[in-house]
Design a protein around this ligand. Structure first.
Ligand code: ZN
Ligand code: ZN
Length: 326
């Protein structure tokens, strides 16, 4: 077992489950299933802040730090509000803690799982300008938290050697991942190997930049649902809400909509998902930590509400397009 106490703590920006898996691997234990059975949990259990006290006794990370990294996402947390990596999160489905994603290059270079990979809408790595992987290229199975070790797939292929799919920046996916990373990883901005991904070129990122993480995520999902994702794209429905494809499509849909609003285009929205959109916007507004959160969400909410009971409408977000952000 590694001797320095540094290794026993949660690393800056490390996911809680990733920490436990790393510790299990370093201690020669058989991955998370072994830890979960020690906790009296099934192998399908997702580790949460509730488990932090006992795990911290086994592996040494301070309990508060570990609880923050694991996040309060369980059903009990619904009453007090979800949080992850120290950030308030409006909905538990903003997170994807069941279907892990990895950046093979980060795993090889830094040796730990990043908290930002656990967000459904984070599909790329701004440090290496590549897409995240959620499937093993050798056995074609989904990456699993119940894998034998931090770096081994269930088929024992070493995920540090997987070929990452490069993307040429700037892309919306990289810019968005960098925006999330700045919240959950201290010093993330300095680490980024990718330049020009501050998002200035993307309408969605210009909108998100002044917002808190929770409000920005609510807003992004609200925008995507306002243009009735996932029914767009020839009526093709994406089943898995945790898939990389779903994440990319939500991002693209939200960005496209903001772009059109910003250009003062006439927008035609189908509003069958209006209740979801309104609820998410209200959340973005009430959870606002700064005046910008509140005013942006409020003006979009106002526009959506003005649509009335019609199922189809045309109109302009006049108020929005006049915002200085655009
Ligand atoms: Zn990376
Ligand atoms: Zn495999």
């Amino acid at each position: 077992m590694a001797g320095t106490s540094v290794l026993l703590t949660v690393r800056p920006g490390e996911s809680g489950q990733g920490y436990v898996l790393r510790m299990a691997s370093e201690n020669g234990l058989r991955g998370l299933p072994f830890v979960k059975s020690g906790l009296g949990r099934s192998r399908f259990h997702t580790l949460d802040a509730d488990d932090a006290a006992r795990i911290s006794k086994w592996f040494g990370a301070p309990e508060g730090e570990l609880a923050e990294a694991l996040g309060h996402i369980s059903r009990d947390a619904a009453k007090t509000g979800f949080s992850y990596a120290g950030q308030e999160i409006g909905r538990s489905y903003f997170l994807n803690r069941g279907r892990p994603r990895v950046c093979p290059r980060c795993m090889s270079q830094h040796g730990f799982c990043r908290a930002e990979w656990d967000f459904v809408l984070v599909v790329a790595c701004p440090r290496h300008a590549c897409l995240l992987a959620d499937r093993c290229p050798v056995c074609d199975k989904a990456v699993d938290w119940n894998r034998p070790s931090l770096t081994a797939c269930q088929c024992y292929s070493d995920l540090r050697g997987w070929k990452a799919q490069s993307v040429v920046p700037p892309t919306l996916e990289l810019a968005f991942a960098q925006w999330v990373s700045a919240f959950v990883t201290p010093g993330a901005r300095d680490e980024a190997a990718v330049e020009n991904t501050d998002g200035a070129g993307f309408a969605l990122l210009r909108l998100l930049r002044p917002l808190s993480l929770g409000a920005g995520l609510s807003l992004t999902y609200a925008l995507a649902s306002a243009c009735q994702y996932p029914l767009s794209g020839g009526g093709q429905r994406v089943k898995k809400k945790t898939s990389l494809l779903h994440g990319r499509q939500v991002l693209q849909a939200a960005d496209r909509l903001v772009q059109r609003i910003a250009q003062g285009e006439r927008i035609e929205l189908r509003v069958s998902q209006r209740p979801v959109t309104v609820a998410l916007l209200s959340e973005a507004m009430t959870k606002a930590t700064c005046p910008e959160d509140r005013s942006i969400a409020l003006s979009i909410l106002g526009s959506v509400l003005r649509q009335g009971g019609r199922t189809k409408w045309s109109g302009q977000y006049g108020q929005l397009s006049q915002l200085p952000l655009f």
